[in-house]
Design a protein around this ligand. Sequence first.
Ligand code: ATP
Ligand code: MG
Length: 245
Amino acid sequence: MIRAVEGVSLDVPRGATVAFVGPSGCGKSTLLKLIAGLLTTSHGSVLVDGQAVTRPLKNVGMAFQNPVLLPWRTVLDNLLLPLEILRENGDPRAPERAAWRERALRLLHTVGLEGSEHRQPRELSGGMRQRVSLCRALIHEPALLLLDEPFAALDAFTREEMWELHQALRLEREFTGVLVTHDLREAVFLADTIYVMRTHPGRLAYVHPVTFAAPRSMADLYSHDGTELIRQMRDEIRPPRGAVA
Ligand SMILES: Nc1ncnc2c1ncn2[C@@H]1O[C@H](COP(=O)(O)OP(=O)(O)OP(=O)(O)O)[C@@H](O)[C@H]1O
Ligand SMILES: [Mg+2]
């Protein structure tokens, strides 16, 4: 048996966003799946809202590197998918379709996709699809948003737009966020705390609070503190040649 992660112990305060960064294979996605209840721990426990996670969480939104939209459904019908799943499970939180439609349209407006609700996913660019996928992750107003390299497939400028958009969504409603990313600037822009992980087995190596006030701007990333933090984390993940790890 391989231990994917070991000795990981942390708390995520309600409403905060934490980021995990670290080399490929250090267990970031595994951690996220443990939190979501898609995997179970062999040792230790995961608590969400004080409750042990033993099965897939319901009140969670997830988005991944490649947005998975159903190609035969319009943007709006993709956004309403979580509602249909809740309905089918007889979940009492499933409100009227009209209310959800309203919510979907509001979210599309926030991410700058108003008027796109009847388009097919194939008619959208990668960045637009990723925005729809983010809306879908938030449509049921989850208390917890889990993002696994959500913007990795986007070009640098679209990615920066997505950070600002994420920030706008976060100012609009409260959710707790866990972000996995290889992009250190992204982690600094979005997270309140960044955990740098090491590999074999995956574990937490360094913790960095990020103290820039909200709303954050690109200028924060280019400030002295921003560049210094990014440089430091880069060296922690991949020590400079000649340095002893
Ligand atoms: N289903 C599995 N069976 C066996 N080993 C696995 C499985 N899933 C992940 N692993 C191993 O667990 C470790 C952590 O994998 P994980 O996918 O969490 O890494 P990661 O940090 O997300 O990497 P990346 O940055 O490349 O996405 C790796 O060594 C991987 O090989
Ligand atoms: Mg991964």
